[in-house]
Design a protein around this ligand. Structure first.
Ligand SMILES: NC(=O)c1ccc[n+]([C@@H]2O[C@H](COP(=O)([O-])OP(=O)(O)OC[C@H]3O[C@@H](n4cnc5c(N)ncnc54)[C@H](OP(=O)(O)O)[C@@H]3O)[C@@H](O)[C@H]2O)c1
Length: 259
């Protein structure tokens, strides 16, 4: 498959870029030509991400800078977004990816655990998006915001109620932001991945419980990170210029699995 989306001259801020999806997304945007600011709490891991991206982008790619940011801390978000904007000149694209989960029965959930998940996945995303969107509005350049939600923002599973509530909230926040920010030429969409194979979960998916879960996915397999590349680029680029307020599921049909 050959799809070319050119982000040369564009800039992007990716939160949660120190590992997993965020690290992958930052590389995808850089290889498409964007200059990228990588944000997270672990600055050593961000430096690794930056080195890996710079080694992979070649002459056609953009470049990367790192920014320390804790999305649960309003001061850290204010300073981190300002640092990213100063380094990049302006921010055209935000990938709101930082997220955490806790597996715990609803009745056993501690107050602090609930707050950590919701403050990171929902309030943190709103906090970063507000800081970035104010700059997009003031710069008059518009932009694209992609919130990384989940099919668990659209359906439910057991023992992850705080995650489900936070991602369901993020889905609705995406719609509310799309409505209010369209007048500033800012598009806001959500990418809703299903179950993806990563280093962190490969052991679980090798177990009987993991294999049973995979059987419930209509395509009968986990997704690969690279299967998010074009959906991400669609939402980030002018290829998606008439898309705002959309939830784009990439899940092997898990959302339409049979009852
Ligand atoms: N993996 C999947 O199958 C899957 C499926 C659907 C949706 N998602 C979503 O994709 C996103 C990334 O998940 P992942 O699987 O890549 O997880 P991951 O490898 O654990 O990465 C999470 C990232 O979020 C950052 N983060 C966490 N708390 C933060 C905070 N307070 N401030 C700033 N950054 C913070 C972490 O960086 P630091 O620790 O360095 O701060 C890390 O870079 C999440 O929103 C997740 O819900 C994942």
């Amino acid at each position: 498959m050959s799809v070319t989306i050119d982000l040369n001259g564009k800039t992007a801020l990716v939160t949660g870029a120190s590992s997993g999806l965020g690290r992958h997304f930052a590389g995808v945007l850089a290889r498409a030509g964007a200059r990228v600011a990588l944000a997270a709490r672990r600055t050593d891991a961000l430096a690794d991400t930056r080195a890996a991206i710079e080694a992979s982008i070649g002459v056609a790619g953009g470049s990367a800078v790192t920014v320390a940011m804790d999305v649960t801390d309003p001061d850290s978000v204010r300073d981190g977004v300002a640092e990213a904007a100063a380094a990049l000149g302006r921010i055209d694209i935000l990938v709101n990816n930082a997220g955490v989960t806790i597996t715990r029965p609803f009745l056993d959930m501690e107050e602090e655990e609930w707050e950590r998940v919701v403050d990171t996945n929902l309030t943190g995303c709103a906090r970063v998006a507000r800081a970035v969107a104010r700059r997009m509005r003031d710069d008059g350049t518009g932009g694209a915001i992609v919130n990384i939600a989940s099919i668990l923002g659209l359906r439910v599973a057991g023992q992850v109620s705080s995650y489900i509530a936070s991602k369901g909230g993020l889905v609705q926040l995406t719609r509310a932001m799309a409505l209010e920010l369209a007048r500033h030429n800012i598009r806001v969409n959500a990418l809703c991945p299903g179950y993806l194979e990563t280093e962190l979960n490969s052991d679980f998916f090798a177990t009987d419980a993991g294999k049973t879960l995979i059987k419930r996915i209509p395509q009968r397999r986990l997704g690969r990170l690279d299967e998010l590349d074009v959906p991400l680029l669609l939402l980030c680029s002018d290829a998606g210029s008439y898309m705002t307020g959309s939830m784009l599921t990439v899940d092997g049909g898990h959302m339409v699995s049979s009852l």
